[in-house]
Design a protein around this ligand. Structure first.
Ligand SMILES: NC(=O)c1ccc[n+]([C@@H]2O[C@H](COP(=O)([O-])OP(=O)(O)OC[C@H]3O[C@@H](n4cnc5c(N)ncnc54)[C@H](O)[C@@H]3O)[C@@H](O)[C@H]2O)c1
Length: 355
């Protein structure tokens, strides 16, 4: 079992990574009562956690919306949850984001314990305090993570045993985020990913503990240095600027991690076009992504003009239309004033259609 501590002064918290380690939650809880929000697909693991009250949640991007927060808060109120209590969010990133935001909002904030049960949530979503929900725009489109709060958890317990029931496609999606972390300049994690593909996809517990620990350590380091994403935390968006443009396109039928995988390939192509890395590095990233059965290009070609337009409207609420996260020789870098033609070439390298 490994323990990492995210250092935020008096809001510091531990991330515990192990196999069969859910019992730790009880050793650590100091709150008078707890309310557990759990993903209804992982009911079997909830027996390890005793809580004063609990509520099953059907976790999808469509239920990751404000009305769910109100329903959860109503349940907490009925259960007598008050400011001396804590919320336990157990499930994937959707449940973690919704549970975290409910905890941030209920009675102006109660502690939140995150128990991630997908690889993506273990290495990414449960760490760093970004919580929130999607917003339904006036035209009906769901705008991802538009409403939310920074609310650091008080504890994260990642039990890799729970990954054994995770759909393999979802497991691969978590690997995409691990590849992103490795690309941000961490050779050990890259070597682990390159030499343990079978063990990871077969859910070997020892290897998964190492993978989650190393990957979570990178996320921890980045968020510690920039909690509110005013600077270096943006590096974690490597590949995501491209991914956000393609993930909502229904006919592509991409999970978030798959869109990230294609986004990482596009971001490395952009980095090469900008002269920051060589072609061998681009090939290396594509090989690694594809070795995990993740897509390296769009399953159905899309017009580059349309993709750039989608990217521009996504970036409007990020505040910059020309800033990208790219790779340099020593890891992730923020690039300002990126030429749109190079971005078009990056799209073309993953199946975008020019002209
Ligand atoms: N807060 C952050 O910093 C952050 C970072 C990255 C992603 N996210 C968010 O996380 C979400 C994606 O998270 P996700 O990929 O975990 O998706 P998810 O929560 O939708 O889970 C994926 C699927 O796996 C099921 N599942 C979960 N654990 C399982 C298990 N152990 N066994 C069997 N089935 C299981 C779920 O019911 C769901 O159907 C997105 O909404 C994204 O915006 C947040």
């Amino acid at each position: 079992m490994n323990t990492l501590t995210v250092q935020f002064g008096n809001r510091s918290y531990d991330i515990i990574v192990g196999a069969g380690c859910l019992y730790i939650v009880h050793e650590r809880i100091q709150n008078e009562s707890t309310f557990m929000l759990f993903d209804d697909n992982i009911r079997q693991y909830t027996e390890s956690i005793t809580s004063s009250a609990s509520m099953a949640f059907h976790a999808t991007e469509q239920t990751k919306v404000l009305p769910s927060i109100e329903t959860i808060c109503q349940s907490m109120r009925s259960a007598g949850i008050d400011r001396s209590s804590a919320l336990i969010a157990m499930g994937g990133g959707v449940t973690g984001d919704v549970g975290g935001y409910a905890a941030a909002s209920y009675m102006r904030g109660i502690p939140c314990i995150q128990i991630p049960t997908t690889l993506l949530a273990m290495v990414d979503a449960s760490i760093g305090g970004k919580t929130g929900v999607n917003m339904q725009a006036s035209d009906g489109e769901l705008i991802k993570n538009m409403i939310g709060a920074f609310w650091q958890p008080s504890l994260v317990v990642a039990d890799v045993t729970t990954l054994k029931t995770l759909d393999e496609r979802q497991l691969r999606c978590g690997v995409a985020e691990c590849i992103k972390h490795a690309l941000l300049g961490h050779g050990d994690l890259m070597a682990l990913l390159q030499s343990n593909r079978e063990a990871i996809l077969n859910c070997d517990e020892e290897v998964l503990i190492e993978l989650v620990t190393q990957s979570a350590a990178i996320k921890k380091e980045v968020v510690e240095s920039d909690e509110r994403e005013t600077g270096s935390r943006a590096l974690l968006n490597l590949g995501h600027t491209f991914a956000h443009a393609i993930e909502p396109i229904k006919e592509l039928d991409l999970y978030h991690g798959e869109a990230v995988a294609i986004g990482l390939c596009a971001a490395t192509a952009l980095s090469e076009a900008m002269g920051r890395i060589d072609a061998a590095k681009v090939d290396c990233v594509r090989e690694l992504v594809s070795s995990y059965g993740l897509p390296t290009s769009l399953p159905i070609p899309q017009s580059v003009d349309m993709l750039n337009e989608r990217m521009r409207s996504d970036k409007k609420h990020e505040g910059s239309t020309t800033r990208f996260i790219v790779l340099g020789e020593s890891g992730g870098e923020i690039a300002e004033d990126v030429d749109e033609q190079l971005v078009a070439l990056a799209w073309a390298s993953v199946g975008g259609q020019l002209g």
